[in-house]
Design a protein around this ligand. Structure first.
Ligand code: ATP
Ligand code: ATP
Ligand code: MG
Ligand code: MG
Lengths: 256, 256
């Protein structure tokens, strides 16, 4: 049955979407059947794979809040072994609409149950908040990957995030574990980057993955071509780092 | 009476907090009495001014959802003419709690009414979402400043944001206007930055402010010292740009 990974951090702009798209593409390249779930109303993961959310009619919203079967909403991406559950425009109203729903924290989990056996990996891209959409991802997933930009505010938010994950493990999902923290947009010329990286490794030691994703302009150019960095420029430092990240993640101990 | 400015963009990590802190400090330097309201549960604006949200007992949450008078929650910052309404830990639950409240969109507006006459400018730092907290900021403010990182995903989200602002102007706040869009973390060596800047100026022409904020490592170092960039290093390119931004904003036509 599928290993489900929530990629989350309430700090904005730390590389959640970029990590979700490129890690999913790398896992597919390793011949793992992978589903990417776009749970962010911005729909950046969908856009990054050439599916513009404004053009979608059905997606994550209709599956989580409507009564569409997930199999009807999932699309192929043109990349072998990679499928996408795209964001649709109504997802931006979902946070408020979920509040008064029954089983509001488990809607995504229930929706995904029917396809669990079909995929090897399911990756969920989360919005920059600790609201009900992210909560749904954290009750569905067995594992969490935390992209961490090597900047001061990002470090500040980490303890709040870890506290939230522990609380969810105690109340809503006892098997939830942190698979790891991946340092993103690392700039070896910047003292701040090295300082933050050192602080995190000191406090969280082996939870911090060995693979570090460098700041690399080719990575930020890829979305404007609707492609993962791995397809836009496989040889750039960013793509090579995401391939290494996938290899490291495949070897790690997962909670299932 | 005070001019109220909401600084918002649902895209994460585009420089909302950095712009709010440094613009507020520059306005105070121009002898304008300025209040910074931290409406983001992450509390980065509070941290950037040396007020760690986890240590606060009362702040924006208690004013918007509790029954604390705003005058009791506002603190001095040590910077002449700059005051802060800090975030407090409970703000992370506010989005969900607001849903079932009366007048849920107007709670901040009502709270600020009692102090409007005391300040020249009130700047509101918003979370990276178009939820009820941001909605409160957009019903309270007469003007919106949109920080825009010169990257592809940030550009994608701009039309969704402008659509939301138009909708709020029609239904909840008829005087709401876009004061301007400020380009942030501009890297003149990057083709992507220049491309995005050109695209935005083409489509939104004079809504895009002349002042561009360059990517500048001193700006990202300042928060770890609990200071605005203007105090950490007044001579760096980032600080100079924020001073120019304040001068440009003071000259623009405001909706009151
Ligand atoms: N390794 C990298 N090198 C250069 N740019 C990067 C890298 N990773 C991400 N970016 C760029 O940084 C910006 C933020 O990344 P991204 O949108 O993936 O973060 P996010 O955490 O998903 O943001 P949000 O909080 O809005 O969901 C994007 O414009 C992206 O293209
Ligand atoms: N001009 C700049 N040059 C270099 N770094 C910057 C600049 N402006 C902001 N930063 C850094 O970029 C990161 C994102 O900025 P900031 O936190 O202000 O964005 P935000 O939009 O408030 O994020 P969020 O969506 O999480 O609220 C921070 O680490 C900040 O220090
Ligand atoms: Mg994202
Ligand atoms: Mg912020």
């Amino acid at each position: 049955t599928a290993r489900i990974l929530a990629i989350t951090n309430q700090k904005g702009g730390v590389g959640k979407t970029t990590t979700t798209i490129n890690l999913a593409t790398a896992l597919a390249a390793f011949k793992k059947k992978t589903l990417l779930v776009d749970l962010d109303p911005q729909g950046n993961a969908s856009t990054g794979l050439s599916f513009h959310p404004q053009e979608r009619r059905i997606g994550t919203y209709e599956v989580v809040l409507g009564d569409i079967d997930i199999a009807q909403a999932v699309v192929t991406t043109g990349i072998p072994d990679l499928w996408l559950l795209p964001a649709s425009p109504d997802l931006s109203g979902a946070e408020i609409e979920l509040v008064n729903q029954n089983e509001r924290e488990y809607r995504l989990k229930v929706a995904l149950e029917t396809v669990m056996s079909y995929y090897d990996y399911i990756l969920i891209d989360c919005p920059p908040a600790l609201g009900l959409l992210t909560l749904n991802a954290l009750t569905t997933a067995g594992n969490v990957l935390i992209p961490l930009q090597c900047e001061y505010y990002a470090l500040e938010g980490l303890s709040q995030l870890i506290k939230t994950i522990m609380r969810i493990r105690q109340s809503l999902n006892s098997k939830l574990e942190i698979l790891g923290i991946v340092l993103t947009m690392f700039d070896k010329r910047s003292g701040l980057s090295s300082q933050v990286a050192e602080d995190v490794r000191q406090t969280l030691s082996d939870k911090v993955l060995q693979t570090v994703i460098p700041r690399n302009v080719r990575v930020s150019e890829a979305p404007s071509h609707g492609k993962p960095a791995l397809l836009y420029d496989i040889n750039c430092l960013g793509s090579q780092a995401y391939i290494k990240l996938a290899a490291e993640i495949l070897k790690r101990k997962w909670s299932t």
